[in-house]
Every structure is written in C-alpha cells, then in structure tokens.
Write a protein that binds this ligand. Structure first.
Ligand code: SER
Length: 589
C-alpha cells in the first residue's frame, strides 16, 4: 500500500526526472494582500505567470513542482462529510512558458500509469460566450487513447483568479473512482478586477492534486479520514465519538497546528479569526464531552479548563510527530503555548455562551444567531453543531448577510444624518472623509472609551460624567465633569492606563439589549443623548482574566481588539467650562 510519504516522494521525483525544479511549500500566509490564506499551489507562483518575476533567475528553470500547504475557509461548513477539509496538501507541477497543453496532459497521463491508477474519465472546458472551447486539450487526450472525455462549463472547468485578480484559464480534470483527482489549469488569461480577460503573453500551466484524495483512492479507503494522513491523530481521540464531530476534530486540529506554525495567532480578525473559529469549535465539543462524562463528576479536576484541551493536545502532538519530517516548521512548544492561552481566554466565556444559547428563543433568526457569535464567540458552525433545531432557520447566507449589515451599520446611520455633506462617516461624534480616516476615527473612538474608563480609575471618582466628545482623524476631544485641573502625574497615569489596556490586546465585544438592562448592568452612558429602547453596549474586556475595563452604551464603530489602536498620547488637558475639563488625545501613528 502506498503511504502518503511515498506518494509525495513519487510525485516530486516524477517531475524532477522530467526537468522540474522542486520548490518547497510556501507559508499558509501569502504575500498577496488580495487573499487571506494560501488556497492553492499556484499562489506563490502568481508573479511568474504574469512576467513580474523571472523563473529562470529564481529557479534556474521554467518548470517547477511542489507539495503546497493549502487552506480553504469556504469549506469549513462542509467539513464532517467524506471528503471536505479546510487544510490540505496539494501536489502540483507548474510551468511559466516552458511547456503547455501537450506536455501537461501527457505528464498527467503518465503519472497515473506510474501509480497504477486507471483514468476513469476526463473533463475539458466546453466554451461559452466569452471564451472558446478547449478543443486542443480534447484532441490531446484522444490521441493518448482516452475515450471518455466530457465537456463542462465555466463552473466546473475554469480556474481562477485567486483573490480579486490574477492568472486564470480553462482546465482539464482527471477523474478516478468517481472523484476528481487532478486539476490541470492552462493559464491563458489575466483576469482584471473588472472581470475583463486579457490574454497572457506567455501562457502557463498550473496543476493541483489533493494529497488526501489521492491517498484515499490509492489506499482504497472509504473516506479521507481513514488514510494514513489521519490515522495517528485519530488514535488520540476518544472512541465512541460521533463520526461527524470526530472528522471535524481531525480536520480542525491538524489545520490549526499548521496555521499556528506559520505564525497565525488567534484574534478577531483575518487569519487569526479563522484560527480562533477552528480552535473554539473543538473546545466547545471537548467541553461538552467532558461535561457529559460521568468520570469527572465529583473530582477536583478543573473540568472547565481541562475539558477544553486534553484531546486537542494529544491529537495535535500526534499531528506534529506525524508531519514534522516533511514540515520542519511544526513546533509543538509554540502550538502548546498559543492554544493554552486561547483555552484560558475561552474558558471564561464558554459556560456563559452555552447558557445564553440554551436560553435563547426556540428558533433563532439570523440576527440572533449573529449576536451570539459577536457577543459570545459561538460561531455559526458551533451553533449549528450543538443545536441544529434551534438553528434550523438560519442559513450561512443569512448569517453572512447579518455580518455585512453589521459592518455597514455605522455608515448607514451617518448617511441618514449627514447625507450629501461629502463625509463618509458623520455620527455627530465621529467624522471621517474616506476609508483611511474611517480607520483612524474608529481606533480613536475605542481609545476614547479607554480614556473615559481610565479617568475614573486614576482619579478614583465615579461621578465623572462624559460631557461631549468629538473625534476627527487627527485627534479625539473628550469633555468630562471634574472640578479641578489634572496634575501632570495624573495625566501621565491616565495615559499609561490606556496604553496598558492597549498592550493587553483586550477584546471589544458588542451586545444588544434593552436600554433599561444596559443601564442596570452599569454600562456608562451619555446623559445628554436620547437612546432608543434597544441599545448596543460595547465592553472592553481582558480575554485572559475576564476583567472588564470599560463598558459603554454606544452606536460604534469600534475596533475588534485593542491592539489595533496602537499607542495613545494625551496632547492637552484644559478647562472647557465651569466644572468641565477637556482632554485631547492622538494616536502615535
Ligand atoms: N489552482 C488549481 C487548483 O487549485 C490547480 O492547481 O485546483
């Protein structure tokens, strides 16, 4: 039986013998800002297809092959079935003007022969109004003796671009045992952001074959999780686990190990947010497994913390052991430290989160589900996993729509108030002319909440009340009731307190609740403002200790975590009117 190590080796040797330079996998974090994570082998080679980099200079060769770490966030929801994964390895050969259709198809055909896998059928691009059919590929296959050639449309047999623009073109795919094994892309065009296709000067080849799928077919397994790529990790999971959840553990644990080893840290943004979702999904299930296991009742083990990570750690260590020969970057110590910290953070909220979910309406709508995610870190997938009935009316699309709405909330509010005044954002308190300024005022806005909280802490006066604030891209101006001038020491202390909260990278969490509940919860509010019945409350809290630094009624927008703010500097403290002081503060960058 061909194990996965042997498959990788065979693939690379095959192409080395045929004049390819072997290139190591690039990081899961791409250089390309238009994509979040590396989704395919061609990602690191994008510049070579479009003549922005010189393959001869970098590789001494126009043809390369690799085994690439890849990650597809779009598949998170499907994980649990027979064949979907977030992280996977992609075998690929690439040419940047060295060879084209004839050789690429010939190599595919020969490699299948070499591994003893019969080609069941192949597909080619059948053409549409914009792009002609790929008759050339069809002819090449026919000449090789392949008779089952199926024509497909744009959906199936056209690749790319990754991100908003890039190389793309028709594909031909090889099928065996009923599944697609190898995707051979002919990069003939460059797709511009406005979706216009421009022929590339030198057409290129980009192929991709998922290692897990190939292993499944060659090892004659029923699904990818039974291949040797998962067997060692699988041994560390408890027997009797629900099969779907077991697959989610296998995928998410392995994926998180690779993400962390490429430098991703859990956070509320970008790749960090993807990692957080993977980790917390496993943690919720671990917690439930332990909670339900009788063996823990009555003993002194800290079920909450312990029950978030023991299977995770055992399986993650097995993944590192299994993969470290091929991927030297895997580092158990770092993985352990990063996950341990996230366990600490999540253990503060997981119980509340589950309780909140259990007490929510019998059928959630998309908005309620989205708020559970925003306020308690229960992702859409977790909610679906643990309470499918309650979630039966919420689809991924509806959930994503809520997310979009949420991002647009502040802007919509402004346009209503100040439409036509040439400002992108004007809430009365915040003003921004463009995206750049919007980012700055958002950071300054959260900084203002920190400042408000810091003043009360440092001056030890709970009677301090906000008397107005005004935020531009340059500075925040904050007025508050206080009877005297602040001393230089006090000003310094307030500034330090704000910057400590920034350095701790606290979470900024938004919740919605009735106005009366918000006031009862002790959230600060501005007495001059008229609030609606349902309000949103922004809490800045230390994810590690659970400490609440600031809590205010507010319409936003705010950053997601305080590290986004950067250093805050108090520029001036002065009198505004009788009994009211005014502070101006700015960002360091
Ligand atoms: N880029 C194509 C894919 O990912 C071929 O490598 O399927």
């Amino acid at each position: 039986m061909m194990n996965s190590n042997k498959i990788r080796k065979k693939f690379l040797e095959f192409f080395k013998k045929r004049g390819h330079k072997i290139v190591p996998s690039s990081s899961l974090i791409p250089d390309d800002p238009s994509v979040l994570l590396t989704t395919a082998g061609m990602q690191q080679f994008k510049p070579y297809y479009i003549g922005k980099a010189d393959a001869m200079k970098d590789f001494g060769c126009l043809n390369v092959a690799s085994v690439q770490k890849s990650f597809r966030t779009s598949d998170i929801g499907e994980v649990g079935d027979e064949s979907h994964l977030t992280f996977f390895e992609m075998l690929g050969n690439f040419s940047f003007g060295g060879y084209f259709k004839k050789e690429a198809i010939q190599y595919g055909y020969e490699f299948f022969k070499e591994i003893g896998l019969p080609i069941e059928y192949v597909t080619v691009f059948g053409g549409d109004a914009e792009i002609p059919a790929d008759e050339k590929s069809e002819k090449i296959w026919r000449e090789l003796g392949v008779t089952d050639i199926r024509r497909k449309g744009r959906e199936d047999n056209f690749w790319g671009p990754t991100g908003s623009e890039g190389p793309c073109g028709p594909t031909t795919e090889i099928y065996a045992n009923g599944i697609e094994i190898w995707n051979i892309v002919f990069n003939e065009y460059y797709c511009k952001p406005d979706k216009i296709f421009v022929p590339l000067e030198k057409p290129g080849v980009d192929t991709g074959m998922g290692l897990e799928r190939l292993a499944m077919v060659l090892q004659k397994k029923k699904n990818i999780f039974e291949t040797d790529l998962f067997s060692e990790i699988s041994k560390k999971l408890p027997s009797g686990m629900d099969e779907r959840i077991r697959r989610i553990f296998l995928d998410h644990i392995r994926a998180s190990v690779f993400l962390i080893s490429d430098g991703v840290q859990p956070s509320n943004k970008g790749a960090g947010f993807v990692l957080r979702r993977l980790l917390r999904r496993v943690m919720v299930h671990e917690y439930l497994i332990h909670k339900n296991a009788k063996q823990y009742s009555g003993n002194n083990v800290d079920v909450l913390t312990f029950g978030l990570r023991d299977y995770y750690f055992a399986a993650a260590e097995a993944a590192v052991d299994f993969y470290k020969n091929f991927y030297q970057e895997l580092n158990w110590k770092t993985i352990h430290a990063v996950v341990d910290e996230e366990v600490q953070r999540f253990s503060r909220v997981v119980k509340d989160a589950l309780r909140k979910m259990a007490k929510s309406p019998a059928r959630l709508d998309a908005r309620e589900s989205f708020l559970l995610d925003q306020s308690y870190g229960l992702s859409f997938e977790v909610q679906k996993d643990i309470d499918p009935v309650r979630m039966q009316n919420v689809t991924r699309e509806k959930f994503d729509e809520e997310f979009k709405k949420h991002q647009e909330i502040s802007r919509a509010g402004i346009e209503k108030k100040f439409g036509g005044h040439g400002l992108l954002l004007d809430t009365g308190e915040l003003k921004a002319a463009d995206e750049e300024e919007l980012k700055k005022v958002t950071r300054l806005h959260t900084a203002t909440h920190l400042l408000n909280a810091a003043l009360r802490k440092v001056l030890q006066d709970q009677n301090i009340r906000q008397d107005g604030s005004d935020i531009t891209a340059e500075r925040t101006r904050f007025d508050f009731t206080f009877p005297r001038k602040l001393t230089p020491e006090e000003i310094k202390k307030v500034e330090d307190t704000v910057n400590e909260a920034v350095a701790k990278n606290m979470d900024v969490v938004r919740e919605e609740m009735p106005y009366a509940d918000a006031v009862k919860s002790g959230a600060l509010h501005f007495f001059r403002e008229k609030y609606p019945e349902q309000v949103s409350v922004y809490t800045v809290r230390d994810g590690k200790t659970g400490e609440v630094f600031s809590k205010e009624l507010c319409g936003g927008p705010h950053v997601l975590c305080t590290s986004e703010i950067g250093r805050v500097k108090i520029i001036k403290e002065e009198s505004s009117s009788a009994g009211v002081r005014r502070i101006r503060a700015a960002l360091d960058r």
